[in-house]
Design a protein. Structure first.
Length: 166
């Protein structure tokens, strides 16, 4: 179990780098193995996380662009993982998520979701985010969200071969 006094930049990098590992605890069930995000960067001090999602054919809408719901899912996953890291071992849930779509996302794109915690209280976390296309750093969408910290716990361990000792 990771306890709050062990949180640090090094710990955060180890925890989020598991997202890219195919045998990770995080990819054993749910939507994460389908969307297959990769860890790009994080900042413990700024409470920020960036994940990248490569657009896959099954995510396209009838017009051939990335379905808006998939963009929202990318935000929700990025926000959720960032919120959980700073709220652990408590579970978290989305209360609301508002998204503004700015540019279409094409089948060949990789979308980088950058999330930042604006404020965190005992029960509620407010965050903002941007979705940028890797090609030319084009802003595709923005989002803001509120998450609730639940009274239930879920331990997401750091894998054995991690650089962080638990």
């Amino acid at each position: 179990m990771i306890i709050s006094q062990n949180l640090s930049q090094k710990n955060m990098e180890a925890w989020f780098s598991q997202i890219s590992a195919p045998d990770s605890f995080l990819k054993k069930k749910g939507v994460l193995p389908l969307l297959n995000p990769t860890f790009k960067s994080c900042s413990f001090e700024k409470k920020e996380l960036t994940l990248a999602f490569k657009v896959m054919d099954w995510e396209l809408n009838p017009e051939g662009g990335l379905h808006g719901g998939m963009i929202v899912s990318g935000f929700d996953i990025t926000f959720g993982l960032l919120c959980h890291y700073f709220s652990q071992p408590n579970m978290v849930c989305t209360v609301n998520l508002s998204t503004t779509f700015i540019q279409p996302v094409l089948p060949s794109d990789t979308v980088e979701y950058h999330a930042r915690i604006i404020s965190q209280g005992k029960n509620v976390v407010a965050m903002t985010g941007e979705a940028r296309l890797k090609r030319e750093n084009i802003l595709a969408a923005t989002a803001s969200t509120t998450f609730m910290i639940l009274n239930k716990t879920l331990e997401i361990p750091i894998e054995k071969d991690s650089m962080v000792k638990i």
